[in-house]
Design a protein around this ligand. Structure first.
Ligand SMILES: NC(=O)c1ccc[n+]([C@@H]2O[C@H](COP(=O)([O-])OP(=O)(O)OC[C@H]3O[C@@H](n4cnc5c(N)ncnc54)[C@H](O)[C@@H]3O)[C@@H](O)[C@H]2O)c1
Length: 355
């Protein structure tokens, strides 16, 4: 069995459990809460409700449940209001617990609802996508989108516990699994060369025996980074390293109106090569691992360089000293860099297929 991991954050510490049977572990937690009179309610989305109906019924029985529409659009003010109304309609008190079952969208929305309802109640995350298991369920960032941009409203609010089980991944669409693998590969690139080497040898899939240990390793890497820089205030490195590839990825999302997903890792790798930090052979290794895990390594359509550059300049993560990129000084070692000449970034966009 994969041992639990404790996220040590003083009074906000919490466990990440990796149970053999998520249902059994959750039922136990759930009945303990009931014994002390703590009320539990559940929020999930339509995709999870359809794919994991049996699990939900078996684990949570007939507790009040709110099922939101699946998809990024649900990280909205309107959806946030619906969760608040649901909590209030069920008379959830300060001692209540909100169970959040789903991917990153549910985690961000449910976590933010828990952060603000009655000025903060407990929530427990049951991540059901690979991305949520390795990334969004760890670290306490919650939030919703505004028309002006993604994740512009939110709070830091850590869950009381997280239950991770690869059982859920057997119903996850292949594209969503691949999106999670991009994050797994990202952890290898930014902090663990051995993890990266493991991914070079083994193409992971939902039922792969190595997957629970790999997920746990990713959580550990994120926990270590978050503990050192919980509020992303470090001037160099710190939590910002988790954005490896995101500056490129978000620019593509913006230019395509959020219809194309790209992890941006090839952009980060090619930029690192241009800066003389990463040898071409390592860029080729990165390309190989991404392609082996069904991830794109070039733009799917030839987007305009000018639009991509403008979107990069608008990145919310930018600071007063300009666009900050996360670059690789080796496979397994990342750093933040500002002051990179736009011409170098433009050259990267062209190598990725922009015109
Ligand atoms: N808080 C953070 O630190 C953090 C970090 C990374 C990403 N995020 C956020 O996470 C979100 C993306 O999360 P995501 O990729 O998990 O997407 P998602 O939550 O939209 O889930 C993707 C789709 O998969 C479906 N699904 C989920 N689990 C399933 C299962 N087991 N079987 C079948 N279908 C299932 C969902 O219904 C949905 O349609 C973004 O909004 C992003 O901003 C947050």
């Amino acid at each position: 069995m994969t041992p639990a991991l404790t996220v040590e954050l003083g009074a906000n510490s919490y466990p990440i459990h990796f149970p053999q049977s998520a249902s059994e572990a959750i039922q136990w937690d759930f009945s303990e809460a009931a014994k002390t009179g703590r009320q539990s309610v559940l929020v999930t989305d339509t995709g999870v409700a359809a794919a994991q109906a049996e699990f939900l019924q078996k684990s949570f029985g007939a507790i009040p449940r709110l099922t939101m529409d699946a998809g990024e659009k649900t990280k909205s003010l309107e959806a946030f209001g619906r969760v608040q109304d649901f909590l209030a309609a069920n008379k959830v008190t300060r001692q209540g617990v909100l169970w959040v079952v789903g991917g990153g969208v549910m985690g961000d929305l449910g976590g933010f609802a828990a952060a603000s309802y009655l000025r903060g109640i407990d929530y427990i995350q049951v991540p059901t996508t690979l991305l949520a298991m390795v990334d969004s369920s760890v670290g306490g960032k919650t939030g919703i989108n505004l028309a002006a941009g993604k994740n512009l409203v939110g709070a830091f609010h850590h869950p009381r516990a997280v239950y991770i089980s690869t059982e859920f991944l057997t119903t996850l669409p292949a594209r969503e699994f691949a999106a999670g693998m991009a994050e797994v590969i990202k952890y290898g690139l930014l902090g663990d060369a051995a993890l990266f080497a493991r991914l070079e040898k083994t193409v992971l899939h939902a039922r792969h025996a190595d997957l629970p240990a790999v997920i746990r390793r990713c959580c550990q890497l994120k926990v270590d980074i978050v503990r050192a820089d919980e509020r992303e205030l470090a001037t160099e490195g710190g939590r910002a390293l988790l954005n490896l590839g995101h500056t490129f990825g978000h620019a593509i999302e913006q230019v395509t109106g959020y219809t194309a997903y790209l992890h941006g890792l090839m952009g980060a790798a090619r930029l690192s090569e241009k800066l003389g930090l990463l040898p071409p052979a390592d860029v080729a290794r990165i390309e190989h691992v991404l392609a082996a895990h069904d991830l794109p390594v070039r733009l799917r359509s030839p987007l305009a360089v000018t639009e991509l550059q403008a979107a990069t300049a608008r990145d919310k993560k930018n600071r007063a000293d300009g666009v900050r990129f996360v670059v690789l000084s080796a496979i397994g070692a990342a750093a933040t860099r500002a002051g990179i000449a736009p011409a170098q970034v433009e050259a990267v966009w062209r190598e990725l297929g922009a015109v």
